[in-house]
Design a protein around this ligand. Structure first.
Ligand SMILES: Cc1ncc(COP(=O)(O)O)c(C=O)c1O
Length: 379
C-alpha cells in the first residue's frame, strides 16, 4: 500500500460487533476473562488497549518498523528508550536538539549514572571520535531544532553498528512522510505525536517504533512496567489526526518552501535556516535523505529587542511553543523551547536572542506572509 493509503487504513479494521468504520474509544481499565487462565488478548489496560493497539499498528506501518508503543508524551517515549540502558552506559547525542531532551539527559538521566557526550552529529568525524567502549546509544535529531542542521542517518548508522551501538532517531520534525530513519539503518524512532503526526494541537503524546521484535519486546516490557501509556481518548485523537498526515504534509511542504523564499528575500532578516534553500550547508544531503524539506525554519533578526517587537506584532501566526499543527506557530527558542540549554552552548550553536522559529501551518500562505509583512513593518 502507498503511504497515503496506509495513513488511513493501517491498523484501522472495521469494528467487529457493529462494523463501525472508525476504531472505538475503548474507555476501560480492565477486561472480563471468560474463565481462569483464558482471556481475549486483553488483561489490563496499562498493558494493552484496543484503541492504542490500532494506533500502534498504524504508526509501525508508517515508520516501516516491526512494532510501535505509544506513550503519554514525546518525552516519556524518549525516557522509556533510555531505560534500556544501565548505570555506566554512555550515550552520544546531538549537541543541538530539543531542549527538553537535553534537560532529560542532563538533569534526570545523569543522576542514574548514564553518561552523555554531545557532538555536532553532522560531522561524521565528531561522531566517530565520541564513541567509547561503553557507548550504547547514538541519539540523533535531524533536522535539528531550531538550527535545521542535517545529520547523515545512513552514514551514522554504519559507524554506530560497527560498535554494536543502537541508533535512536527523534523524527518529530519530519514525520514519516518526509523521512523514514529505520529504512536508513536506525534501530528505533521516537516521535512527539503531539506535533505533525496528530497535527491538530489537541493531544500530547509520543511513540517508540522499533525495527526488530527483540527491541520491541524490551520497549513493551518497559512500557508496561513504567506505565506512561497514551490514554484511549488520545490514541483515538491521534488515529484520527494521522489519517490526513499525507495531505497535511504536502500543504505544509508547499507553504514551507514559499515562506522560506519570502523570508530569504526580506531585508530585515539576516539569515534563514531552512534545508530547502540552496545555500543551506547540507542542502544536497537533505534532498537525498528526506522526501521534502518540511515546514520548520528559523531566522535571525539581530537582537532580542527586534525579535520581541516582531513577535508581539504577529496576529494570524500564533506565538506559542510546539510545532506541526495545522495552524502556524511562531516561537522564540531562547526564552521558550531552549531555555534549558546552557547559554554558552546556545551561543555556539547560533541560538541567539534574535532567533525566531516558525512552524508553517496549512493556511493560505498569502495570509501568513501578509501577517509577517505587517509585523516586519514594526521593526
Ligand atoms: C523534536 C522534539 N522531540 C520531542 C519533543 C517532546 O515531546 P512532548 O512535548 O510530546 O513531550 C518535542 C517537543 O517540542 C520536540 O520538538
Amino acid at each position: 500500500m502507498g503511504f497515503s493509503t496506509q495513513c488511513i487504513h493501517a491498523g484501522n479494521e472495521p469494528e467487529p460487533t457493529t462494523g463501525a468504520v472508525t476504531v472505538p474509544i475503548f474507555q476501560t481499565s480492565t477486561y472480563v476473562q471468560p474463565e481462569l487462565g483464558r482471556h481475549k488478548g486483553f488483561e489490563y489496560a496499562r498493558t494493552k488497549n484496543p484503541t492504542r493497539d490500532a494506533l500502534e499498528a498504524n504508526l509501525a506501518a508508517l515508520e516501516r518498523g516491526k512494532r510501535a508503543h505509544c506513550f503519554a508524551s514525546g518525552m516519556s517515549a524518549t525516557d522509556t528508550v533510555f531505560r534500556l540502558l544501565k548505570s555506566g552506559d554512555h550515550v552520544v547525542a546531538g549537541e543541538n536538539m530539543y531542549g527538553g531532551s537535553y534537560r532529560l539527559f542532563s538533569r534526570v538521566l545523569e543522576k542514574f549514572g548514564l553518561e552523555f557526550t554531545y557532538v555536532d552529529t553532522s560531522s561524521l568525524d565528531a561522531v566517530r571520535g565520541a564513541i567509547r567502549p561503553s557507548t550504547r546509544i547514538l541519539f540523533l535529531e535531524t533536522p535539528t531544532n531550531p538550527m535545521m542542521t542535517i545529520t547523515d542517518l545512513a552514514a551514522c548508522a554504519e559507524i554506530a553498528h560497527q560498535s554494536n551501538i543502537l541508533v535512536v532517531v527523534d523524527n518529530t520534525f519530519c514525520s514519516p512522510y518526509l523521512q523514514q530513519p529505520l529504512e536508513l539503518g536506525a534501530d528505533i524512532v521516537v516521535h512527539s505525536t503531539t506535533k505533525f503526526i496528530n497535527g491538530h494541537s489537541d493531544s500530547v503524546g509520543g511513540v517508540v517504533v522499533s525495527k526488530s521484535d527483540e527491541i520491541a519486546d524490551q520497549i513493551g516490557f518497559l512500557q508496561n512496567a513504567v506505565g506512561a501509556i497514551l490514554s484511549p481518548f488520545d490514541s483515538w485523537l491521534v488515529l484520527r489526526g494521522v489519517k490526513t498526515l499525507a495531505v497535511r504534509m504536502k500543504q505544509h511542504e508547499e507553504n514551507g518552501r514559499a515562506m522560506a523564499q519570502y523570508l530569504a528575500g526580506q531585508s530585515k532578516v539576516q539569515k534563514v535556516n531552512y534545508p530547502g534553500l540552496p545555500d543551506h550547508p547540507q542542502h544536497e544531503l537533505a534532498k537525498r535523505q528526506m522526501k521534502g524539506f518540511g515546514a520548520l525554519m528559523s531566522f535571525e533578526l539581530g537582537s532580542y529587542e527586534r525579535a520581541k517587537a516582531f513577535l508581539d506584532r504577529v496576529r494570524l501566526c500564533s506565538l506559542g511553543e510546539s510545532l506541526g499543527g495545522v495552524e502556524t506557530l511562531i516561537s522564540h527558542p531562547v526564552s521558550m523551547t531552549h531555555g534549558s540549554v546552557p547559554e554558552e552552548t546556545r551561543r555556539r550553536l547560533g541560538i541567539t536572542p534574535g532567533l525566531v522559529r516558525i512552524s508553517v501551518g496549512i493556511e493560505d500562505v498569502e495570509d501568513l506572509i501578509a501577517d509577517l509583512d505587517q509585523a516586519f513593518a514594526a521593526i
